[in-house]
Design a protein around this ligand. Structure first.
Ligand code: DQA
Length: 147
């Protein structure tokens, strides 16, 4: 049985009420339930974790990633500056699909820092701008991967 991790960074606990014009109305528990259902239907297990603290995310990944076969990761704003998270992903070597609900590159036209992504080079791939469906696409990829 595969174990997938679904890891969410700062402020993603506010989904549903946070800037709904940007992030939509779906809450994080709803996204996690959707992912768990899909993973369970394939006979596998998903373990979900959110924190506003960079250190707590690193601790979780260091503890859980070695026994996991894939990670769906939305680092939130850590995407744009966390070399600690980049280093952690590199060290762990569990395949990561980075997911963003919003389109970072469209938003970067007015918010420049969003085009800077320091974690993506440690990911297998990045899905950005497809809303909650991006999580399901990431799961499909990871479930279909060998190992
Ligand atoms: C986000 C995009 C980031 O730029 C932002 O800081 C977030 C959410 C997204 O899912 O679109 O917190 O990762």
């Amino acid at each position: 049985m595969k174990k997938l991790l679904v890891v969410s960074g700062p402020n993603l606990n506010l989904l549903g009420s946070r800037e709904p014009d940007v992030y939509g109305r779906t809450t994080l528990p709803e996204i996690e339930a959707m992912v768990k259902e899909r993973v369970a239907a394939a006979g596998h297990e998903a373990l979900c974790f959110q924190s506003n603290s960079e250190g707590a995310i690193l601790d979780f990944l260091q503890r859980e990633a070695p026994a996991a076969s894939g990670i769906v990761l939305n680092p939130g704003a850590l995407t744009h500056y966390s070399y600690a998270l980049y280093d952690c992903l590199r060290a762990l070597q569990t395949p990561v699909v980075e997911v963003h609900l919003s389109n970072l590159y469209a938003r970067a036209e007015t918010e420049h820092f969003r085009s800077r992504n320091v974690t993506a080079p440690a990911a297998v791939g990045v899905i950005t701008g497809l809303g909650p469906r991006g999580y399901l696409l990431a799961v499909e990829y990871l479930l279909g991967r060998n190992g």
